[in-house]
Design a protein around this ligand. Structure first.
Ligand SMILES: Nc1ncnc2c1ncn2[C@@H]1O[C@H](COP(=O)(O)OP(=O)(O)O)[C@@H](O)[C@H]1O
Ligand SMILES: [Mg+2]
Length: 440
């Protein structure tokens, strides 16, 4: 059996630790005297469980908090005198960072029991890829996403070219990855090429490779990206940005399934499946004469659209929570999730940058939030303005309240006179007082 390891930080007397050690034969206990020593111990070995022996309330609060925040993946148990958590800051720290604590007089048997329990729990909680939280899963359960996933499944079974259309950040590349992963080619590589990001003068040699001596500086043969995808999938991102002359070369490749490196005459057969993606409407580009029509038809045998995020609002919260968990290593342990106002703000935003924008806002909020809940501010989102009816109601209500308050003050809190001054019956006056939670 692997020994259970405990890191014990004990700035004071070590007597209690010796007693504890005797009661923990199946544990390997390492003791350090300070937080600094603990840091170096943690750099050398991994621990699931740590014990803070009289650290709470006796060491500088800020230092302890910083340390625990940095090592929040460890389950910490505290032992201290009950008075040590008299101050609210220490109480908060115990609530936020410790999974259990014991106060004096110390019952060693109970403490050993707690540590064993916490260790077992830590084993269960050890991070492992959970279904649904993998960075490459297509998350979402609205109709549009269900449709997309079933299209992905069907397209994965065949080898025809796929053309994915969608706004930037909507998940085109992720969709391409999903098709590749579910296809028979999944054991081969998926090679992404961003046609818009490679310098125009390099793109030919990048895609097709070159032979030694093809041009000055070509000291040795270079395999092009298309060739390197052999046996797998070639993902041509932003295909609309491909220069016209390369469109002709790509078309030739799609027809013969061979490439010719620059400076060579030898045709090399390459077996790849082509998936391309574009955020511009290629049909319009064809109509304008910017994109070859014959290439367009070659690439778009299986067209698929990834809907913009604002068209699948029902998935917003699920996605936001997914990224919250995915990036939870970056967050402070006291951060619990999204406040209801934040959820409202997320639902009301238009998400022009789609899922990528959502990821960026959530990650930023996880770093910036200083409360327990992410607020609209942390996401850099504004609260949606309430519908105009609600605004008017609100205004009506507060002027009503002001008028009643003023009238009551004027009449020395005499309800009957105030009612007369306001021109309402006494019954109405009492109803108004009740409505505004006022007393006459
Ligand atoms: N449905 C989804 N579920 C989970 N993550 C997603 C989803 N759609 C997009 N993403 C993530 O959003 C980011 C942008 O997606 P990406 O596929 O690169 O968009 P595009 O290629 O359309 O610009 C990536 O980090 C991707 O993993
Ligand atoms: Mg992309």
């Amino acid at each position: 059996m692997v020994p259970k390891r405990l890191l014990c930080i004990s700035p004071g007397d070590l007597g209690a630790i010796d007693v504890l050690r005797a009661d923990m034969p199946s544990w390997q206990v390492s003791t350090v005297r300070s937080i600094d020593e603990a840091r170096s111990a943690l750099r050398q070995d991994a621990y699931l469980v740590g014990l803070l022996m009289h650290v709470i309330g006796s060491q500088p609060h800020l230092e302890v908090e910083r340390f625990l925040r940095q090592h929040s993946h460890i389950q910490w148990v505290g032992v201290f005198r009950a008075e040590a958590i008299g101050a609210p800051t220490w109480r908060d720290l115990v609530a936020d960072y410790l999974c259990d604590y014991h106060t004096l007089p110390l019952d060693t048997r109970r403490l050993v029991h707690t540590l064993g329990h916490v260790h077992g729990h830590a084993l269960l909680r050890r991070p492992r890829p959970r279904p649904g939280t993998s960075p490459s899963a297509l998350i979402g359960s609205c109709d549009a996403m269900l449709r997309l996933r079933s299209q992905v499944e069907r397209m994965a079974k065949v080898d025809a070219p796929v053309l994915i259309w969608g706004e930037s950040g909507s998940g085109k590349e992720l969709t391409a990855q999903a098709i590749h992963r579910q296809s028979l080619r999944s054991t081969g590589p998926m090679v992404p090429i961003n046609c818009g990001a490679i310098a125009p003068n390099l793109i030919h040699s990048e895609l097709f490779g070159y032979e030694r001596g093809a041009f000055t500086g070509a000291a040795r043969d270079k395999v092009g990206l298309i060739e390197s995808a052999n046996g797998g999938t070639l993902f041509l991102d932003e295909i609309g940005d491909l220069p016209k002359d390369l469109q002709a070369n790509l078309l030739r490749f799609l027809q013969d399934r061979t490439i010719i490196r620059l400076g060579s005459t030898r045709a090399i057969p390459v077996d790849v499946r082509v998936i391309s993606a574009s955020h511009v409407n290629l049909q319009q580009a064809v109509a304008r004469g910017d994109f070859r029509e014959d290439l367009y038809y070659r690439l778009s045998v299986l067209p698929v659209t990834v809907p913009a995020l604002r068209e699948r609002r029902d998935d917003l919260v699920e996605l936001a929570e997914h990224f919250f968990h995915l990036y939870s290593a970056d967050k402070s342990p006291r951060l619990k999730g999204f406040s209801s106002k934040a959820v409202e703000a997320i639902a009301a935003h238009d998400w022009p940058g789609n899922v990528r924008e959502l990821i960026n806002r959530v990650r930023r909020a996880m770093v910036m939030a200083d409360g327990r809940w992410i607020e609209p501010d942390d996401l850099d989102l504004v609260m949606p303005s309430p519908p105009i009816d609600a605004v008017l109601d609100d205004a009506r209500c507060s002027s009503e309240r002001l008028a009643i308050r003023a009238c009551l003050d004027r009449t020395g809190q005499n309800v009957s006179r105030a009612a007369r001054d306001l021109g309402v019956s006494r019954t109405t006056m009492y109803r108004l007082l009740a409505k505004h939670g006022m007393r006459g």
